[in-house]
Write a protein that binds this ligand. Structure first.
Ligand SMILES: [Zn+2]
Length: 396
């Protein structure tokens, strides 16, 4: 059964964020360790340097030397404790999540067929994960947590990431950039080409201008906007001129800077940046998977009220809405589905045509004829005729 062969590459196409999110989390743990090491090592190095210098010039007593070495030991021991705490509280759990997720993906590689029970179980877990992803993106946190707990997939879903997203977005909605800026600085390296940080800084500057705090605004601009002059000089110039305009100004470009709708744009830019960082698509994974399926089924007939097929998901008005933007399916060899039985018509189940031009499958019509003394009735028009009056249709 070659049609049931599992397309592992196709399955993996959806799974990049699944592996990427814990990886990004681990990178954060790693960076926090690095920062701690840098912070504690610099004073140790300075102290060691001083001690060496003083002992060379004979300015140091044994007591002083011991005191200085004790100080260094305390620092290094503190560092060791901090690193070990960090590893226990964040490092090990994150590694555990990463391992579990990679194992989950690895099991699919050994499966041969989509009809195997192992794949069905795997796909069930995937659907649970996608339902959680959908709920989190639609602010249904309780639902997400319930599904995750009941199905035992907590380590396979990103509840924490989305609670971070929500926390930072809520802050932006309250018109404060502090949380978002902290997130930017945590992810500075990864955000190199992103202008989110500049946009946040510009907004803080605009708020100072709005409050008519001109001295603070100028100081803020020097400190936080000027470093971006290589790439954002026109915006910085415009921002400087903003101080000449009151928040009530009717002058286009400055009115736009004062526009409070900029906060909504910031929320969107932030969400895009954090999704990009984790390679999460901007739409729920569930939708993406469904688009792929719907595109393979979608036909012009699906949107024609008289030609809808009860067995076709695209014909369903709710799913059809999701399918609106996907392309129509392109069948090199078109398949014709019987409207009575929902079965595919081919050489083994020939299509037969009524005198009125309606086509149904031979199997379904034979079945109907057997129950009605050789008479068949077109379910669409109600027209009746003898089974022998039906003509064969040849598909080319
Ligand atoms: Zn349809």
């Amino acid at each position: 059964m070659s049609t049931n062969k599992l397309n592992v590459e196709g399955v993996m196409l959806f799974e990049q964020p699944f592996a990427r999110v814990p990886y990004e989390n681990y990178r954060k743990v790693f960076r926090a360790s690095q920062r701690n090491i840098e912070k504690e090592f610099a004073p140790v190095q300075t102290a060691a340097h001083d001690l060496a210098k003083r002992s060379k010039t004979g300015h140091s007593s044994t007591d002083d030397a011991i005191k200085s070495i004790d100080g260094m030991i305390t620092r290094v021991e503190n560092l060791k404790r901090k690193l070990s705490d960090l590893h226990t509280s964040s490092g090990t759990p994150t590694l555990g999540v990463m391992r579990e997720r990679l194992q989950h993906l690895a099991t699919v590689e050994d499966m041969q067929s989509t009809s195997s029970p192992e794949f069905a179980r795997w796909a069930d877990i995937r659907l649970d994960r996608w339902l959680v992803d959908w709920s989190l993106r639609n602010n249904k946190v309780k639902t997400a947590k319930t599904i995750a707990a009941e199905r035992g997939v907590e380590r396979l879903v990103d509840i924490e990431l989305f609670s971070d997203i929500r926390r930072i977005e809520e802050a932006l909605k309250r018109q404060t950039c502090t949380e978002a800026l902290a997130w930017c600085s945590e992810n500075k390296a990864a955000l190199r080409k992103n202008t989110l940080e500049f946009d946040l800084r510009l907004q803080e500057y605009i708020e100072l201008a709005r409050a008519q705090k001109h001295v603070e605004a100028i100081a803020y601009s020097k400190k936080h906007l000027l470093p971006w002059q290589e790439t954002h000089l026109p915006q910085i110039r415009q921002a400087s001129a903003l101080l000449c305009f009151p928040p009530t100004t009717a002058c286009g470009p400055y009115k736009r800077l004062y526009d409070l709708a900029r906060w909504t744009t910031l929320v969107q830019s932030f969400r895009l940046a954090i999704y990009n960082l984790s390679t999460l698509p901007s739409e729920p994974l569930l939708h993406l998977a469904m688009y792929a399926g719907l595109a393979s089924l979608k036909l012009p007939a699906c949107y024609d009220t008289h030609r809808k097929n009860i067995d076709c998901p695209v014909c369903d008005s709710n799913l059809g809405r999701l399918a609106e933007e996907v392309p129509f399916s392109h069948h090199v060899n078109s398949t014709i589905v019987c409207r009575i039985s929902g079965k595919i018509m081919d050489e083994d189940n020939m299509p037969l045509v009524f005198p009125n031009g309606q086509v149904y499958s031979k199997e379904a019509l034979e079945d109907m004829a057997a129950r009605n003394d050789g008479t068949v009735r077109c379910p669409r028009t109600g027209e009746k005729c003898n089974f022998s009056d039906l003509r064969k249709v040849f598909i080319s």
